[in-house]
Design a protein around this ligand. Sequence first.
Ligand code: SF4
Length: 379
Amino acid sequence: MQKQTVTVKRCLHTFESRGSHLSDITPELLTRFDEPGPRYTSYPTADRFVDAFGAADYAQALDQRQSGRVGKQLPLSLYVHIPFCESLCYYCACNKIITKHKERSADYLRYLSKEVALHTRHLGPGQTVSQLHLGGGTPTFMSDDELRQLMTMLRQNFDFVPGGEYSVEVDPRTVDENRLAMLAELGFNRLSFGVQDFDPAVQKAVHRIQPAEQVFQLVEAARRLGFESVNLDLIYGLPLQTPESFDRTLSLVNSLRPDRIALYAYAHLPERFKPQRRIHAEDLPSGSDKVVMLSRSLESLTVAGYVYIGMDHFALPEDTLAVAKRQGRLHRNFQGYSTQADCDLIALGVSSIGRIGTTYSQNAKTMEEYVDLLDLGLR
Ligand code: SF4
């Protein structure tokens, strides 16, 4: 399978790593950097990857991990990318496939199994895994039965340690309490809900309508079901948002009190991300309004008791991320903040990015290429 890779020294210039504080973020500073651009939340960034790294190089990295020839063997994380979504959110910049054909995920599941088999050929079965993340796209596009099959297949090949971090991204429009119960039964202990904004006009403008009551019911159900952590994703800078409307969203979020909040800035790059062409530029908030939304968000969330973790993330003081930050144990890996030290990351699925040893690599970016390479027995 065609891979892209780069070997890097870790040099994550997070705000807090430079010894700065929240109060250092001034409106002047924010205005100076108010340029549309890709979100810089993953490192290495896409433009650091090169084509010169192939399936054989990736296999060698796996073999080296297994033989222990390169340093100590790091713990293992898994990321599984489920690319399908039923409808298009206009702000979306993710690698996804919009389809109503639910049967596509059954076929995809077969290819994920092939990909796992290629890994176990090098690593052997039963590697210990302490972190799993299902992302997308929309992981809950899959039926209950398919999600069960996926987890069974992963458990047959990897050994999931009790008490690990097992998370899944949930589109509130695709689940009810029964489906959340099924996710808990499958061993997931963390949920991340994509909310973005509670304002109905904003939701309509981005083609993602999900009433606040629905999200409230789901978060309450998640608590009843014993999920250890619930995250909400929010975006500021969306069409029709105003500082006042976003204040109302923040107030609802604060009353819901999720354990974690990710607050992203919308970057309008319609020439690069086709779905964004459906957003009218004149509906977007001005740069200065975005600055106001961000600064009011920082204030509102910290007043509500959230700890600023770094970059776009906040957590309640008792959340493991906030505790790790207080105790100087916070880590950042390719998937974001983590309480666990460095891990090797096996990424499964179209376009997914992983890390083995000193290499980062990305799977084929289109479904056609991904399927074709796996049919050839390559990854
Ligand atoms: S934002 Fe999420 S749910 Fe919406 S189209 Fe993109 S990947 Fe799918």
